[in-house]
Design a binder for this molecule. Structure first.
Ligand code: ZN
Length: 452
């Protein structure tokens, strides 16, 4: 069985960073309403046959460590675990981890004696991280007629569980199980009634996709202001399923939005291998910038780029050659674009400073850092979005913030303008590859269009 590797988790985090924030923005603006959406499942992109969820529709799970005699079913709050069962009841086979302080406590509350508990824990050691057990995890017990413990299943989700069984010698052996992920390509077309978020919500868990529209088309269209009833959209995306249930989606292949306010917007993913390099119109012009819009999660911009600013500490007019993002100490600062570290160290009023060199003569500056990220030193190359340090207040600074500057050749530029500018267009062989990808996406989108 494949297991959840770190790369999957990392992809999930990147996805969240990329789409979640704009999607929440949009959802906040969307009213609950339906839209006419025509969906068409085009292809099962995974070779894996969909596995059956192993008895996952668990009937009743019972809080493991509540007193067995508890007979007060006063649990009106559905978020609270159901009342305790009786571990002596032979019919009782499922228990919740509940509020047990340790794994062993949970086992004992589920009716395992000291010896059984010790053997089960021993079998699972190194396979299950006991510190990550959660109240809603389920313990399933199987006993023989004689009462002997024959098997135990520890389930953290429908898709992820550990089984402990006796081998021929009567020893407990544990193994981890993970349902494989399947993907399904979905071509979706729809018409807006109130908002894009609502239209996508209507289709299931897909309102998160609205974030992709906001992120990609944000420079041309303000979805909170420009959305009109009757606008149409199309999206081609791979939906992920784990154990037969929706678990998220990949970066979309194609997005189009026919806006009555700003015209038709089309974006296609340019992929190298499986990775999306960026979104472009059909001619290969970039939708998004080559820069991250924000290199840090900030609470507010405390100072803009200003060539005639009165300095808050020095009191005289000193140009402010960057933008200040107020953010809590320790917040991760990310490389705004791919590049090479040309400096990482202490530098006078800048405090701890990282300077990155990028292509096309650009340099970016990250000042007042509390500390540097691991491995960040001169000469190291960094990817866009890679952590380079943490927000601090070192050097000449009035409070925790990131001073972010951008220079092109010898001139400092307003970072906010740079960050919002489109990235370079595709050319040459990349453009040829991209065009082939676009016609493939279009063919799949057309198939959906015919149906709606
Ligand atoms: Zn500053």
């Amino acid at each position: 069985m494949p297991s959840l590797g770190p790369s999957r988790g990392r992809r999930a985090r990147i996805w969240r960073r990329r789409w979640l924030f704009p999607s929440l923005l949009l959802l906040a603006l969307s009213l609950a309403a339906a839209a006419t959406v025509g969906a068409r499942h085009l292809a099962q992109t995974s070779e894996t046959p969909e596995p059956k969820a192993p008895q996952a529709q668990a009937p009743l799970a019972v809080e493991a460590n509540a007193p067995a005699t508890s007979a007060s079913p006063n649990h009106a709050d559905p978020s609270e675990p159901p009342p305790a069962g009786d571990p002596d009841d032979p019919a009782q086979t499922q228990y919740l981890f509940g509020k047990a302080r340790t794994f062993r406590h949970a086992l004992s509350a589920a009716g395992l004696n000291t010896s059984e508990g010790a053997q089960v824990e021993q079998a699972l050691r190194g396979k299950l991280d006991f510190r990550r057990c959660k109240p809603n995890d389920i313990i399933e017990i199987e006993r023989a007629e004689s009462g002997e413990l024959t098997a135990l299943t520890y389930r953290t989700s429908k898709a992820h569980w550990w089984s402990v069984t006796r081998d021929a010698r009567g020893q407990f052996q544990a193994s981890a199980h993970q349902l494989p992920e399947t993907k399904q390509r979905l071509a979706l077309t729809g018409t807006i009634e109130t908002s894009l978020g609502a239209a996508l919500e209507h289709e299931g868990n897909l309102s998160g996709l609205a974030g992709a529209f906001v992120q990609v088309f944000g420079r041309k269209m303000r979805f909170d202001r420009d959305t009109r009833s009757g606008d149409r959209f199309k999206v081609l995306v791979d939906i992920k399923q784990l154990g037969g249930e929706f678990s998220g989606f990949d970066d979309p292949h194609a997005l189009t939005y026919e806006s009555q306010a700003v015209g038709t917007l089309e974006a296609y993913a340019y992929r190298v291998g499986r990775k999306v390099q960026g979104y472009y119109d059909r001619s290969g012009n970039a939708w998004e910038g080559g820069w991250m819009r924000v290199p840090v999660r900030f609470s507010r911009i405390s100072s803009h780029f200003d060539l005639r600013r009165r300095h808050p500490i020095l009191g005289r007019v000193t140009p402010h050659l960057g933008v200040d993002y107020a953010a809590p100490i320790g917040e991760v600062v990310r490389a705004a674009a791919a590049g090479t570290v040309s400096f990482a160290g202490r530098k006078g009023p800048n405090g701890n400073l990282v300077i990155l060199k990028h292509r096309d003569g650009y340099t970016s500056y990250y000042a007042h850092l509390q500390r540097f990220a691991r491995n960040i030193k001169a000469g190291v190359s960094v990817k866009q979005g890679e952590p380079i340090g943490h927000v601090g207040s070192t050097g000449r600074s009035t409070g925790p913030h990131l001073h972010f500057g951008v220079k092109r050749f010898d001139r400092f530029l307003d970072p906010l303008e740079v960050l919002h500018a489109p990235g370079p267009a595709l050319t040459g062989a990349a453009l040829q590859r991209f065009k082939a990808q676009v016609s493939d996406y279009e063919r799949q989108l057309k198939a959906a269009k015919r149906r709606s």
